[in-house]
Write a protein that binds this ligand. Structure first.
Ligand SMILES: [Fe+2]
Length: 327
């Protein structure tokens, strides 16, 4: 049993100080998926993303013209004092960071472009976006996305088309690929991608959907944001929308109930199924690693501050010049 991965403790889903470590150690050092280029074609619309209390704005500044424009898409922080990175993949997906503390896109998502370049994301137009708040920690939702053990009893309609018997998750560098049905040779139906920490991209049911689970400063609250892309008629889109919304609503209910258990103290921690919950073990492991690293960095910074204060006292309050290494 020792070799089996364990879940994060329930306290990690309910703690404000822990969230502040996640904010600095995870969110500020990650790449976040914003959308396919088709999301950013309306020249008069600024798309606002609030991710872990940092606001990014995306707009398309090219003059209006026929077809899909990628040249004019720019991503910038609302706060002009901040600096960020952004990246457009050859297949038409836009990603951004919240600071300059994240590694390069290629290092962060090693091998991702090779996989997603098989799909042309410039084809399906944006049809609808919705957003609402949920009473659960962001990790409670990602736990559910990263495994499909719950699918059979929670998603009866979904499992009819994508049977959980074959469902498997492959973990890569900061992303996971879910394989719903190996008999489907095309990855343009049944492609589910998770981008660590909070974004997903789902190609199934004839359209593309993407969701973000945005953390609130209150650890038991998140905001769900969904974007839907489809090229069918109004009627075809509504049928697709109904199908995918059903799955999302079923997950939402499950997460609110799971959070009640996490907060009530009836659950501490458990072990994870090595085959069916390897996606959960993967992303929770990343959270743990980055939170620990942030904690150590913060502790080291505090110790250094203490030493500088001691030197000031020792020198009778005169200004002391201290040269420190910046890492
Ligand atoms: Fe689910």
């Amino acid at each position: 049993m020792d070799s089996l991965a364990r879940t994060l403790p329930a306290s990690w889903f309910c703690s404000s100080p822990l969230y502040q470590l996640e904010r600095k150690g995870v969110f500020q050092k990650s790449w976040h998926f914003l959308g396919p280029v088709t999301r950013f074609q309306n020249r008069s619309e600024k798309i606002i993303y609030e991710i872990a209390q940092t606001t990014l704005i995306v707009e398309n500044r090219s003059p209006p013209r026929e077809g899909i424009d990628t040249e004019g898409i720019i991503v910038y922080p609302e706060d002009p004092a901040l600096q960020i990175q952004s990246h457009l993949t050859p297949s038409g997906l836009v990603f951004a960071t919240l600071s300059l503390n994240a590694p390069s896109f290629e290092t962060y998502f090693e091998g991702l472009e090779q996989l997603i370049n098989q799909v042309d994301f410039t084809k399906l137009p944006h049809r609808r976006s919705i957003s609402y708040e949920g009473r659960f920690n962001w990790k409670t939702m990602i736990d559910g996305f990263q495994e499909c053990l719950h699918c059979q009893y929670t998603h009866p309609t979904f499992t009819k088309y994508y049977p959980p018997t074959f469902y498997s998750v492959t973990n890569h560098t900061n992303f996971s690929q879910h394989l719903a049905d190996p008999s489907k040779t095309s990855i343009s139906d049944g492609l589910f991608l998770y981008f660590f920490p909070i974004c997903t991209l789902n190609v199934y049911g004839g359209g593309i959907s993407s969701f973000r689970t945005l953390p609130n400063t209150k650890p038991g609250v998140s905001r769900m944001e969904f974007d839907y892309y489809h090229e069918g008629t109004e009627e075809e889109f509504e049928a697709y929308f109904k199908f995918v919304r059903q799955v999302a609503l079923e997950d939402f209910e499950l997460c609110e109930k799971a959070q009640v258990n996490l907060e009530s103290g009836v659950y501490g921690e458990g072990i994870l199924n090595p085959n069916k919950e390897n996606g959960v073990a993967f992303y929770q492991g990343r959270v743990k690693e980055l939170v620990y690293k942030q904690y150590e960095e913060d502790q080291a910074a505090k110790e250094l501050e203490g030493k500088i204060a001691d030197l000031r006292v020792g020198s009778g309050g005169e200004d002391v010049k201290v040269v420190v290494a910046v890492w």
